[in-house]
Design a protein around this ligand. Structure first.
Ligand SMILES: Cc1cc2nc3c(=O)[nH]c(=O)nc-3n(C[C@H](O)[C@H](O)[C@H](O)COP(=O)(O)OP(=O)(O)OC[C@H]3O[C@@H](n4cnc5c(N)ncnc54)[C@H](O)[C@@H]3O)c2cc1C
Length: 397
């Protein structure tokens, strides 16, 4: 007897769940096995650094589905199940709960925080457990050092101030970065932090650290010592591909995929772990944004269910820092300063760190490649989004 076609999805978070959900919505009536190494039902990560850290949400509120919604999907969810290896030719995943044959495999194993070699005591933030530990730490901390000037460093510094801790944000490169926008908003973000009492040191070279009864002493290259009672290190993330090391997939800062998310016959990858070919550069690159994981998962599921190649996802990213909502849509060239959208019909602008503004990234021929809403009314950001060029016609191979 032949069995029904089986799709195995490795990684039970937003990318994996969206792929499974889309397959069912598109009428795929084979077996879907969704496996993940966490013990929880799938949950979203953006609330971890916002509502959960601030104590506004209970952990359950971050779940992607209620139990009833999950049952309706008719997906076999295996929690606490770790994928350990992959036989691409034989179409088998090796897991901590035994081997699993598949017809199509979707890799959605995300990424994990990089550890700071000199800060073994530092907390970090990726999982629900991390968020609860950090929330508890922030509740009692008087002085917090956040190491890492990326978006999560900014969000955690913002949460630390909400918990009324003295907050020091340490970076190395001299600038603050924000997802795919890179350093283009650094000055505006720095003013926002300063307006909210965050102490910024963006040229800090950490040379050592020691924990004692009175807290952690962080030693900087210029001889200064910062004494804090909580250290958080957010210095970037690496794709979770170790389990694929002995497979025949091409791994290079992520699972290398074509423009449709295909990594090998019968294998696709989506989300933080996947390096799809970028439409503007023609090179594989990873995008660590939730909406990218969702759009890639939908595109791959449509391909599997209908055999259709979907449209190229346009990166969409949002953050919230000190109550300022920041949305970014499209592609941003680090070499080209953003331009205020003032004067465009329906779009307001502003220059202070808390003012509402819409900022655009334009290419050589003045076409809009990216749009940013900085505390912008949704209608204004929507108008700017509509102007963003979607076509990958700019590929330079
Ligand atoms: C604190 C935080 C806040 C964020 N805020 C925002 C935001 O405001 N806006 C935004 O756009 N993006 C945000 N992001 C990024 C966004 O959450 C990610 O882009 C998104 O979670 C990627 O989804 P994913 O499914 O690809 O990977 P993940 O969410 O990382 O999920 C991968 C899953 O696979 C599991 N896994 C890994 N290896 C294995 C294995 N070998 N076997 C089985 N399971 C495995 C992992 O445990 C995990 O559950 C945030 C991220 C974090 C950490």
């Amino acid at each position: 007897m032949t069995r029904a076609p089986r799709v195995v999805v490795v990684g039970a978070s937003i990318g994996g769940v969206t792929a499974a959900e889309t397959l069912r919505r598109e009428g795929f009536d084979g077996e879907i096995v969704l496996l993940g190494d966490e013990r929880h039902r799938p949950y979203l990560r953006p609330p971890l650094s916002k509502q959960i850290l601030l104590g506004e949400w209970e952990p359950d509120q971050a779940s992607t589905h209620t139990v009833a919604q999950a049952e309706e999907l008719d997906v076999e969810l295996r929690t606490s199940c770790t994928a350990r290896g992959l036989d691409v030719a034989g179409r088998v995943v090796r897991t901590s709960q035994g081997d699993l044959a598949y017809d199509e495999l979707i890799v959605a194993t995300g990424s994990e925080p990089r550890r700071h070699p000199l800060l073994p005591m530092a907390l970090t933030l990726r999982t629900l457990e991390d968020a609860l530990a950090l929330r508890d730490g922030l509740r009692s901390a008087h002085r917090v050092a956040v190491v890492g000037a990326g978006v999560l460093g900014s969000e955690i510094a913002s949460a630390a101030r909400k918990h009324e801790a003295d907050t020091l944000l340490l970076g190395r490169s001299g600038t603050l970065t924000l997802g795919g926008v890179g350093t283009l908003l650094s000055d505006r973000l720095a003013r926002l932090h300063e307006d909210h009492g965050v102490e910024l040191d963006l040229r800090a070279e950490i040379v050592g650290a020691e924990s004692g009864l009175d807290g952690t002493r962080i030693e900087l290259a210029d001889g200064r010592i910062e004494l804090v009672d909580l250290v958080v290190a957010m210095i970037g993330a690496t794709p979770r591909t170790r389990w694929l090391d002995s497979s025949t997939l091409t791994i290079a800062d992520g699972v290398v995929c074509d423009r449709g998310g295909s990594a090998a016959p019968g294998v696709s990858a989506v989300g933080d772990v996947a390096a799809w070919v970028d439409p503007f550069t023609g090179r594989p690159s990873r995008v660590e944004h939730q909406s990218n994981a969702i759009e890639q998962a939908i595109a791959v599921a449509l391909r599997i269910a209908r055999g259709e190649l979907g449209t190229q996802p346009v990166p969409l990213f949002w953050s919230e820092v000190h109550g300022t909502r920041i949305h970014a849509y499209g592609w941003f060239d680090p070499e080209r300063p953003l331009v205020e959208a003032a004067g465009d019909p329906g779009i307001q602008s502003g220059t202070s760190a808390t003012d509402s503004a819409v900022l655009l990234s334009r290419d050589d021929t003045d076409r809009v490649r990216g749009a940013i809403g900085w505390n912008a009314p949704p209608r204004d950001f929507r108008a700017a989004r509509a102007a963003v060029l979607r076509t990958p016609e700019l590929i330079t191979h």
